[in-house]
Design a protein around this ligand. Structure first.
Ligand code: HEC
Length: 125
């Protein structure tokens, strides 16, 4: 009986000790972790518009498709017509759609640029 108890104890201890071994998952990088130098001026033409091209947003968002029209030349006017609230990314559909709703899996660096551009006033620069 004593032996059986020992065997049970010896098999239970590792179970308890190692049971949480795989609890740590690699940390996901989220937009909040991306730090952009506050002095950097984000340009719509050089930084933001290319994101729409790189991610093929215009495949669905063009003049005849889903609003907003993100095709080159139309994207700025289209976004400012209700999808971007200058100075306030948190209430901007563009930011909410990409960051909070994970639309099209846009990477955190690109989302951080969009956030800064909106918070800095969403200029056509
Ligand atoms: C495969 C097609 C497709 C692609 C590619 C796509 N979208 Fe969309 N998008 C949609 C559809 C459909 C909706 C409306 C339904 C929804 O909210 O998901 C939408 C909604 C949106 C909205 C909100 C519109 C509203 O009226 O509230 C924004 C902003 C947006 N997309 C931006 C983007 C950006 C930026 C990209 C590229 C990074 C992109 N989309 C790529 C199909 C697409």
């Amino acid at each position: 009986m004593k032996k059986l108890f020992k065997i049970v104890l010896v098999s239970i201890i590792p179970l308890v000790v190692f049971s949480c071994y795989y609890d740590e998952f690699p940390e996901e990088i989220v937009q909040d972790d991306v730090v952009i130098d506050p002095d950097i001026v984000v340009s719509f033409a050089d930084d933001i518009a290319p994101i729409f091209v790189n991610y093929n947003c215009t495949q669905c968002h063009d003049a005849s498709g889903q609003a907003p029209d993100l095709s080159p030349g139309n994207a700025y006017a289209s976004l400012l017509a209700g999808y971007v609230n200058p100075g306030n990314s948190g209430s901007s559909t563009l930011y909410i759609q990409l960051n909070d709703l994970g639309h099209q899996n846009v990477d955190p660096d690109a989302i951080a640029l969009i956030k800064k551009w909106i918070d800095d006033g969403a200029e056509n620069n």
